[in-house]
Design a binder for this molecule. Structure first.
Ligand code: ATP
Ligand code: MG
Length: 368
């Protein structure tokens, strides 16, 4: 396998790039993964035995629909629902393996992918493809988010790409292919012309906002140009999460959400009442979770990210080991067996938030 050629880097730059790949193992197999985008190669790109699996590209975001959409697209664009979960790429490397965004072969997502999707017929016909999917629902170790129709964990396949080149299928072809194999996929709301798209997208996003959903991904018919836009509800949810762990969730994370809200308010809030409502929502998202956490630390309760996972004893054990191996400290809050499945509730302990809050509660000072 000519790795540099496959990655599209000149031979004399190959070593410098390959140096950045970290070694990891999955069920006895050693593989290499790139944890940050470099030289045009996407974060999460994996070299697994005799194949390359390209990372999923970062999708640019537009802040002002009215000007941004016609600037970005020169032809018709499909508008699909963006789901709030975590990104997984499923490829067949002998058996199907699910890689998370950073290129980790995931001991939780792999058995789940095999159980949720009938992968065998698909990979028998399309061994060279990768399924790009969002894992969604409240029971997972990364991004728990409630959806009314999802009790534990489900999947939405939003893209199909060639695993070695990363090239996507055109939108319609992809949708037909996924339907053929009965893979759940996000709704497509519309296909629009760039000039008239902004007002139509605004209506779609308004409705998603009312339903507490995340937003939309727009894409050119050939599937190659992607653009995202999110709801105010999502910005508030993100901020509420960040401010529930104020010293762990970065300032960049919070700042970017505030800016999104600012531009959306200018584009959308025609009345003073709309703006006031948004201001309230934003303030509540910042303050209530922070106050709750400070009180919890004051009461010596455990603070951190709460997750629940459900699966076979083996999957659950492997998942917990995997998280601990990443240097994250876990506290198990509940552990039971329901219908042969082990269900574990745990907290990823966030020491920084607890330590900082304790320091200030005890009268610590800050230089600013
Ligand atoms: P990055 O900024 O690197 O893209 P991120 O995780 O912060 O990373 P998000 O803001 O969540 O990115 O938006 C991009 C992600 O949205 C994709 O990587 C994918 O996991 C997810 N996603 C959910 N639904 C869709 C969809 N319908 N089409 C494309 N991506 C989707
Ligand atoms: Mg996301």
């Amino acid at each position: 396998m000519d790795v540099p050629a496959l990655l599209g880097v000149p031979p004399d730059e190959a070593d410098a790039l390959l140096e950045h790949f970290e070694r990891d193992t999955f069920q006895g197999t050693t593989y290499r993964r790139l944890s940050d985008a470099r030289r045009g190669v996407e974060r999460g790109t994996v070299i697994f035995e005799d194949t390359i699996v390209r990372g999923f590209p970062s999708i640019p975001r537009v802040l002002v629909l009215e000007t941004g959409v016609p600037t970005f697209f020169s032809g018709p664009l499909a508008v699909e629902e963006k789901f709030n979960g975590y990104n997984v790429r499923i490829v067949d490397v002998g058996d199907p393996v699910a890689f998370t965004r950073g290129g980790i072969a995931c001991p939780f997502s792999t058995p789940k992918a095999r159980a949720l999707l009938d992968l065998e017929p698909f990979f028998a016909d399309h061994p060279e493809k990768m399924l790009c999917a969002e894992f969604v629902g409240p029971e997972n170790p990364y991004t728990p988010h409630e959806y009314p129709d999802i009790d534990t964990l489900d999947v939405r396949v939003f893209d199909v790409r060639d695993r070695q080149t990363g090239r996507p299928l055109p939108v319609q072809e992809r949708r037909d292919l996924l339907a053929e194999y009965d893979f759940p996929q996000p709704d497509r709301f519309a296909t629009l012309e760039p000039e008239s798209a902004p007002s139509a997208i605004r209506e779609i996003v308004d409705d998603l906002d009312d339903r507490g959903r995340e937003g939309v991904v727009m894409q050119s018919a050939d599937g190659r140009d992607l653009l995202k836009y999110t709801t105010g509800t999502q910005h508030a949810d993100d901020l509420a999460f960040a401010f529930s762990l104020p010293f762990d969730y970065g300032r960049d994370f919070s700042f970017s959400r505030l800016i999104r809200e600012g531009f959306q308010a200018v584009e959308w809030d025609e009345s003073a009442a709309d703006l006031e409502e948004r201001a309230h929502r934003l303030g509540e998202a910042l303050l209530y979770p922070m106050v709750k956490t400070i009180r919890e630390v004051e009461a010596r309760e455990l603070v951190g990210e709460r997750h629940t996972i459900r699966g076979s004893a083996e999957t659950v054990e492997a998942t917990l080991d995997h998280i601990r191996a990443q240097g994250i400290r876990l506290e198990i809050e509940a552990d039971r067996t329901v219908d042969d499945q082990r269900v574990v509730e745990f907290v990823k302990v966030t020491d920084k938030t607890r330590d900082s809050i304790e320091y200030y509660l005890e009268g610590g000072t800050i230089d600013e």
